[in-house]
Design a protein around this ligand. Structure first.
Ligand code: MN
Ligand code: MN
Length: 467
């Protein structure tokens, strides 16, 4: 009897050793991570706090500055600051930021850069927003990034951004985040009266022009628009025309939460791509000793609309900052070529979240090459219009394996999906770039889902990458 059990067991072991791919044998990162659970918890509490404070690239930049300054970073003002060991940050128009720890070697000898975007899909307010319909005051909006429009109806929205006036005032707007603040809601129709709408297509449950939240309902003798504008003027001291020079957005007024009985997941708005931008900032801020190669974090704006504008990854901000550092280090010997050499010798991780296998829609992924939550950070292959060189992927694999950081790969199902990142804009500068990230569920939704252990392992990888 005993012998028979042994033979059967041997047979089973033999089968699993020879009968499946090495990838099928990969296990959840949670298995064997018992001794890391405390650190994972602490890291993710801080991550949730960051997510709760950040709404757009504007608030992300100001939160990033807080994190950096509390870790001893100073704003760059003068070339004399560029010394080995210096911790500096460079701000571009309050919407993009570069933070760096200057290495013991010259920038031309190489650098380690992590780039991520810190804008997220949202709904922007148009230049002439206010209008009345059926006694309500509403705001005309235009959505930003690739959203599924129906998801934005009937959830609490908050208003965030800035208004700039002709007399030079800059007014910060944040309304709806505090528990006693009012919120804004895009009103869907009841199932009792929506028969004519029921055949709308999945992508057109709401039209773009229907994404207008209600912003007022109590009229004065002069009507609901005048009364609503009175409230706005009382709050911000602006006139209706000031909306022309404003960047105001509606984002979900839903705080980040743990998800699942085991609290293994984080549900929150804006994890694309603040999961990566926070991990990069934290990893840089946590470096305590000297680095050989200059360690840099670059957070960019406008990724969700093509990295446009002077604060997006297509701007020359990064190249100019490389030139600033290279020039300060080479002084009289500086020429354009020093910057080019510094760019040529940079190793860049373009960090962005990626789509995970969804347990309800398995067929949308090609499961052999799709990423799963809780199975490690993703090395992304065959992203739209950009892919890393194989020797760089090998180098990153070694970094990950040598430090026992779980990882997987991610590729989209052919002819079924796709997504770009900012990596291509840096490879255009002849930098060596690889796309890395972590998988999330419900990407671009009002409540994206990530795995705490993946976020933690991305932070660990960034720490290793800088050293
Ligand atoms: Mn992204
Ligand atoms: Mn995105």
């Amino acid at each position: 009897m005993k012998a028979l059990v042994c033979i059967v067991l041997l047979f089973v072991v033999e089968l699993s050793a020879s009968g499946q791919s090495v990838w099928q044998g990969k296990r959840s990162s949670w298995l064997g991570a018992e001794n890391q659970k405390n650190d994972i918890g602490i890291y993710n509490e801080e991550y949730k706090k960051f997510l709760g404070n950040v709404t757009t690239e504007l608030t992300s930049t100001s939160e990033a500055i807080k994190i950096l300054e509390s870790a001893g970073f100073n704003e760059f003002k003068d070339d004399a600051q560029i010394q080995s060991g210096a911790k500096l940050y460079f701000v571009n128009r309050e919407r993009a930021i570069i933070a760096a720890i200057i290495g013991t070697k010259l920038l031309t000898a190489g650098s380690r850069l992590i780039a991520a975007h810190h804008d997220s899909p949202r709904i922007d307010v148009k230049a002439r927003p206010l209008y009345e319909s059926s006694g309500f005051a509403l705001m005309q909006t235009i959505y930003y990034g690739g959203i599924k429009k129906y998801q934005w109806a009937n959830i609490p929205l908050m208003m965030t951004g800035r208004i700039d006036t002709k007399d030079g005032r800059r007014i910060d707007v944040s309304l709806g985040a505090k528990p006693d603040d009012p919120v804004f809601v895009i009103a869907d129709v009841a199932p009792h009266s929506d028969a004519p709408l029921r055949d709308r297509k999945y992508t057109g449950v709401f039209d773009g022009e229907e994404l207008d939240p209600i912003v007022g309902s109590i009229p004065s003798e002069k009507g609901v628009l005048t009364e609503t504008m009175h409230h706005i003027a009382a709050l911000y001291g602006i006139s209706e025309e000031d909306f022309v020079s404003a960047e105001i957005s509606f984002v979900p007024a839903i705080p980040p939460r743990d998800a699942g009985f085991d609290r293994g997941l984080i549900a929150a708005y804006g994890q694309d791509d603040r999961l990566c931008s926070f991990a990069a900032l934290r990893a840089l801020a946590d470096i305590k000793s000297a680095v050989e190669l200059t360690a840099i974090v670059y957070l960019t704006d406008n990724e969700e609309t093509g990295s446009v504008n002077n604060t997006g990854a297509q701007s020359s901000f990064l190249t100019n900052t490389y030139a600033t550092i290279a020039e300060a280090q080479t002084s009289a010997k500086f020429n354009e070529n020093a910057t080019r050499r510094a760019l040529r010798n940079a190793l860049v991780v373009s960090a962005d979240v990626n789509d995970a296998i969804n347990p309800l829609f398995m067929g949308l992924s090609e499961p052999t090459n799709a990423a799963r939550l809780g199975y490690g950070i993703s090395i992304k292959r065959y992203g739209r219009s950009f892919d890393a060189n194989s020797e760089i992927i090998a180098k990153i694999r070694k970094m990950l394996d040598d430090n026992r950081i779980p990882w997987q790969t991610a590729s989209y199902k052919v002819e079924s999906g796709g997504g770009g990142t900012i990596g291509g804009f840096m490879s255009r500068e002849n930098m060596e770039v690889i796309d890395v990230g972590v998988p999330i569920l419900s990407m671009h939704s009002t409540y994206e889902i990530s795995s705490k252990i993946d976020a933690w392992n991305l932070y660990r990888f960034f720490g290793v990458f800088f050293r």
